[in-house]
Design a protein around this ligand. Structure first.
Ligand code: NAD
Length: 494
């Protein structure tokens, strides 16, 4: 039955929301962790505290399902029909899933309803529709040979997810991995397991064999590390911090050399040239900087502006910032909810103090709403006079702090934009086509958007260079490359 967001909020209030491990035929130990919402730090339920033995049980069923062919052995058309059913169930239950993400991550309910869930549903439909349109190749050979280049599912996929876009990140990984026939074991972030649990239940309802998709909830250092180290997992696809990404590479090296795909952090630049249309740019700059409380890997957290338009642009941004209302994210008028947890809130807060002590100038914001709910609410904050040696220029804050620096030549702008060890996304603003062509090529980022902030959409690959990414891309048909291996079948006839 369809649940409204009000019904979900009521369940949360009663502390009744639950996300357990879902592993075919296996009862987990029953140990659980408290689940508190960042909205007011109240207890909304529990999640399973998955351990290495749970991961091992999931791998056993994933492998035997893969070997049995009950999922990968279906015709593409049959798998597509199941995936389409799953997509439509997720669409049908969108309001419930949106409310779960709002509670778990403190994301504004309007964004969960109008942005995250439509994008999640679209991802499922898109990969369902794409899966039976993938072709292999025939090699150019002499007449007595036939060389086939085929793409096969890899086997058992581990997907380790972050907390910032819970439903959407689940879709980005699980939809393409499962569509091509793999068995998937998914571990959501411990802070945000509720929508993942519900989507796996819906997968079973749609007809995905239970052994082809398991859910393990729990902590990164237990369930996450066990996935990273398991010798019978063939690939781990991860989205999260660069720090944990590095660990996964290490676990792979120390276990079975499983493939590792990493989508990690960012410190994305937004460059505003003197010829930019400032009024058109402002809403995009604000969204890039503050959307989703800036808990966004492609957050445009560095504003690099030509010195001649700096003052004018800052005035416009300060005026725009007043319209970003901070408050309870269950309220539909709110654009900024709380930071996802206390530890993270303290980290963001410390960057405000550090930026001031390093000489950055506070232009607007900086206020913490300690009287509101959990007290982890921070308003959009802009620092000017930021130089590349400052922490706020180099480090991913993952909170609503925008660092402003100025430049005088195009060369200087490009040098500043590229001056971090991340390279995930970038945006820039100019009306000069020659500058657009030049700068788009020279900014080093996986996605460069011009005259607007965008991550592309499901049709385009997403992922970063340098320490923002490794080994493959999410989204687009490119995601299928992550989850398939290329085999050559060489037939000789006499
Ligand atoms: P995180 O690295 O702390 O956690 C991500 C996942 O890794 C969680 O499921 C966690 O339980 C697990 N994990 C933690 N320790 C582990 C360990 N030792 N072994 C195995 N798994 C472990 O990241 P987060 O705080 O959840 O998410 C924020 C980060 O994600 C940011 O850095 C952000 O930029 C990044 N991110 C990147 C993208 C992208 O596509 N590039 C998208 C969203 C978020």
């Amino acid at each position: 039955m369809k649940k409204t967001k009000e019904q979900v909020f009521e369940h949360a209030h009663a502390g009744k929301l639950w996300a357990g491990n879902l592993i075919e035929g296996y009862q987990n130990s029953g140990v659980k962790l408290e689940n508190r919402t960042p909205i007011d730090d109240s207890l909304i339920g529990f999640i399973a505290d998955g351990q290495a033995e749970d991961v091992h049980a999931a791998v056993l069923v994933a492998r035997s399902t893969f070997n049995s062919g009950s999922w990968q052995g279906l015709s593409p058309l049959e798998r597509k029909q199941v995936m389409l059913r799953w997509a439509s169930l997720i669409e049908f239950h969108s309001e419930e899933l949106a409310a779960l993400d709002c509670l778990d991550a403190g994301k504004p309910i309007t964004e969960c309803l109008n942005t995250d869930m439509p994008a999640t549903v679209d991802t499922f439909y898109w990969y369902a529709e794409a899966l039976d349109k993938m072709f292999g190749k025939v090699a150019p050979t002499s007449q007595n040979e036939l060389g086939l280049i085929v793409h096969e599912p890899i086997g058992v996929v581990g997907a380790v997810l972050p907390w910032n876009f819970p439903a959407q990140m689940f879709a980005w990984k699980v939809a393409p991995a499962l569509a091509v026939g793999n068995s998937v074991i998914v571990k959501p972030a411990e802070l945000t397991s509720l929508s993942a649990y519900r989507m796996v239940e819906l997968a079973y309802e749609a007809g995905v064999p239970k052994g082809a998709l398991s859910l393990i909830c729990g902590l990164g250092e237990n369930a996450g590390e066990a996935i990273g180290r398991h010798v019978d997992i063939d690939i781990v696809s991860f989205t999260g911090s660069t720090e944990v990404g590095r660990l996964l590479l290490k676990y792979s090296a120390e276990s079975n050399l499983k493939e590792i795909v990493l989508e990690c952090g960012g410190k994305s630049p937004q460059v505003v040239f003197a010829d930019a249309d400032l009024d058109a740019a402002v809403p995009h700059i604000m969204a890039a900087a503050f959307w989703n409380m800036s808990e966004n890997c492609s957050c445009g957290s560095r504003l690099i502006v030509h010195e001649s338009v700096r003052e004018k642009l800052l005035d416009k941004l300060v005026a725009a910032a007043t319209k970003w209302k901070v408050g309870n994210p269950m309220d539909e008028s709110i654009s900024i909810g709380p930071m996802v947890e206390k530890v993270h809130f303290e980290k963001v807060k410390s960057f405000i103090e550090l930026s001031l002590s390093e000489g950055a100038k506070l232009v607007t914001g900086g206020k913490i709403f300690s009287e509101l709910g959990s007290g982890w609410y921070i308003e959009p904050t802009i620092f000017d006079n930021v130089t590349p040696d400052m922490s706020i220029f180099q480090n991913e804050v993952f909170g609503p702090l925008l660092a402003v620096s100025t430049f005088s030549t195009d060369e200087e702008a490009i040098e500043l934009a590229n001056n971090t060890h991340y390279s995930l996304a970038a945006s820039f603003y100019s009306q000069n086509i020659h500058r657009v062509m030049n700068v788009a090529r020279r900014i080093n980022a996986g996605t460069v958007s011009v005259n607007g902030f965008s991550e592309g959409n499901i049709t385009t690959p997403f992922g970063g260079f340098k320490q923002s990414g490794f080994g493959g891309k999410d989204n687009g048909l490119e995601a299928f490359e992550q989850y398939t291996q290329t085999k050559v079948i060489w037939i000789i006839h006499h």
